[in-house]
Design a protein around this ligand. Structure first.
Ligand SMILES: NC(=O)c1ccc[n+]([C@@H]2O[C@H](COP(=O)([O-])OP(=O)(O)OC[C@H]3O[C@@H](n4cnc5c(N)ncnc54)[C@H](OP(=O)(O)O)[C@@H]3O)[C@@H](O)[C@H]2O)c1
Length: 273
């Protein structure tokens, strides 16, 4: 089974933009809550803090699922492999579970980065590899180029954004999506529907949003600094949203709210709508 879709790994703890003591406290709270899957990236500047926090947790390595991402500045023959080796050193690991390309290569020529990614896997630096922020067209291209399975396309995915085209591309290419910004950095809480639906299940708005994503078939990925939120974001496996409620939440796609677009990342590609 795809490593991301194992039951515990379906709930990832995101580490952006945490650093230092704040990150270590959040990771410790996440471990206590039951999280075993953690998401970091070279660009977050927190791989060393994440490595320290995970080492301090005392959790055996084989129970953890660690994702990191290579930043686009390192998509060259000279820089790619040394950057991955540095990530491993910072994370105190000899391999990560999932290594992703953080963004499509600016300009759209994705081939070299995918070849380097596969090289990193062949060298044993990563158990599995994947992509992030790829459009539907890029997923199809990646499928043609890659000779190893791409275990995920990690993308912004929450009820306020219509990602049906990407879901269709995932079905077509066999590259499954996973979610980031699963609560849209808090934007979902401006919409009363989620709390309203949650009341019927004895669940919070955040839990309803996360459950909707899981029922769409995607692993979730949230960050929180608050132990109560950390625990409740993990506690989403004991209820099922009805198809009527799933449909009401589907309709929120019309809001069209994207957190990580060109305003934050100038080379972010437009998703297909
Ligand atoms: N691949 C990529 O390009 C990419 C891009 C962005 C993010 N990511 C990854 O995805 C992870 C998650 O995304 P994100 O952190 O950007 O956004 P997010 O998880 O949607 O939102 C995090 C924010 O929501 C709040 N929050 C979380 N749970 C809550 C709850 N139950 N109730 C109320 N507020 C809650 C947190 O505040 P409190 O601390 O107050 O709880 C925090 O400010 C990141 O940490 C990162 O690892 C990847």
């Amino acid at each position: 089974m795809n490593i991301m879709f194992q039951k515990t790994n379906q709930r990832m703890f995101g580490t952006f933009p945490l650093k230092g003591d704040t990150l270590r406290a959040a990771v410790a709270a996440a471990i206590d809550a039951g999280y075993r899957a953690f998401d970091t990236a070279q660009a977050y500047g927190n791989e060393a803090d994440t490595g320290l926090a995970l080492a301090e947790s005392g959790i055996p390595r084989d129970e953890l699922c660690i994702t990191t991402k290579v930043t686009v500045e390192n998509f060259s023959q000279e820089r790619f492999m040394p950057s991955v080796e540095q990530s491993l050193q910072d994370l105190k690991l000899d391999r990560v579970d999932i290594l992703l390309l953080h963004w499509p290569t600016p300009g759209g020529d994705i081939r070299l980065s995918l070849e380097l990614l596969q090289d990193a896997q062949e060298r044993g630096f990563a158990s599995t590899v994947g992509i992030s922020n790829y459009t539907a067209a890029m997923m199809r291209q990646a499928k043609q180029i890659a000779s190893v399975p791409l275990v995920t396309n990690q993308v912004e995915f929450h009820p306020l954004l219509d990602q049906r085209k990407l879901l269709a591309a995932a079905n077509e290419t066999g590259i499954p999506l996973s979610s980031y910004c699963s609560v849209a950095r808090g934007e979902v809480f401006k919409h009363p529907l989620f709390a309203e639906i949650g009341a019927a299940y004895g669940k919070s708005a955040a839990q309803v949003v996360l459950r909707w994503i899981l029922q769409k078939g995607l692993p979730i990925n949230t960050m929180s600094t608050k132990p109560d939120n950390i625990r409740s974001n993990f506690d989403v496996m004991d209820f099922t949203l009805s198809s009527i409620d799933m449909g009401r939440i589907d309709a929120m796609n019309a809001v069209g709210y994207r957190v990580v677009g060109k305003r934050l990342i100038p080379y972010a590609p437009d998703f297909d709508v």
